[in-house]
Ligand binder design. Structure first.
Ligand code: PAF
Length: 286
């Protein structure tokens, strides 16, 4: 027997009505925002969401305001029918798949959310304005769906940090649930971009998780040892063009000093062939 398809909603008005009906019936709501091209990482969000709320909403929207290269936006895989079928297998109730005009009826340059200083570092340094675009669309989705819970992946650590900060700073009545990174058996973090890796690049991409593991293993000897171990793991990988490897404080997302001891996050970004990949790992320094 095939699972019933989720209801696919494309307008803000209809989404609000659907949520109002769920609320009237006393049901709680969880939202998983996505760009589509769903993989097992996204599925782990909806599985966790089922434990936290009565109704699960997945938004599928390739948000133009967070793409800094027109080419990346065009190339982003759009697989709505397959995504909806996958969500049906997991009993998701509602899919919100609006058009760009529906989300930005007066154009994308109106009132936006500014991600602040942290938004200009790391991912935000090489993709200027990216996090303003992310936070603006997330704020809109939270305004439309008004979920009790919103799920975000640890994989995009800087995005997770900034979304949590926005929810706190702008007083959204939503709890952010962190979902652990799902990895391929060989350690590569799942990402919609992995499909762009040629076989040689796919092998080379393992340098990212290897560098994080090396840093984690050396982290009891301090930051310098962790960074040196990561550099060792990344050396001699010709297809991998490193953008950054850094160790940041989980409460500020700023690099920690050499003498820092305590919880930290090692973050890495690199271009593998033409595909930009990111990953991260929690550490305990010292
Ligand atoms: O992480 C993503 O997939 C996107 O940045 C998000 C949160 C769906 C906003 O468009």
């Amino acid at each position: 027997m095939t699972a019933p398809l989720p209801r696919v909603i494309t307008t803000v008005a209809e989404m609000r009505e659907a949520i109002a009906a769920e609320r009237a019936a006393g049901r709680t709501v969880a939202l998983t925002p996505t760009l589509g091209a769903l993989h097992d990482g996204h599925i782990s969000h909806v599985i966790r969401a089922a434990e936290l709320a009565d109704v699960r909403v997945v938004s599928i929207f390739v948000n133009p305001t967070q793409f800094t290269q027109a080419e990346d936006l065009e190339k982003y895989p759009r697989t709505l029918d397959a995504d909806v079928a996958r969500l049906a297998e997991h009993g998701v109730d509602l899919v919100f798949a609006p058009s760009v005009d529906e989300m930005y009826p007066t154009g994308p340059t109106g009132v936006t959310v500014h991600a602040g200083e942290v938004g200009n570092t790391f991912e935000g340094k090489s993709r200027v304005g990216h996090f303003d675009g992310v936070l603006t669309v997330v704020a809109k989705l939270l305004g439309i769906v008004t979920p009790d819970i919103v799920t975000f992946g640890q994989k995009d650590a800087q995005q997770l940090f900034l979304v949590k900060r926005m929810v706190t700073d702008l007083n959204f009545a939503t709890r952010v649930e962190t979902i652990e990174t799902v990895r391929e058996p060989d350690g590569l973090a799942m990402s919609s971009r992995n499909r762009f890796l040629a076989p040689g690049e796919r092998r080379a991409a393992l340098a990212l998780s290897a560098a994080l593991e090396a840093a984690a293993s050396a982290s009891d000897r301090g930051i310098d040892s962790a960074l040196a171990a990561a550099q060792g793991a990344l050396a001699g990988t010709p297809l991998v063009e490193l953008d950054y490897f850094a160790v940041v404080h989980p409460d500020t997302f700023r690099p920690v000093d050499d003498d820092y001891r305590g919880r930290a996050i090692a973050i890495v970004a690199a271009r593998v062939g033409t595909t930009r990949l990111i990953d991260n790992e929690s550490l305990r320094i010292g």
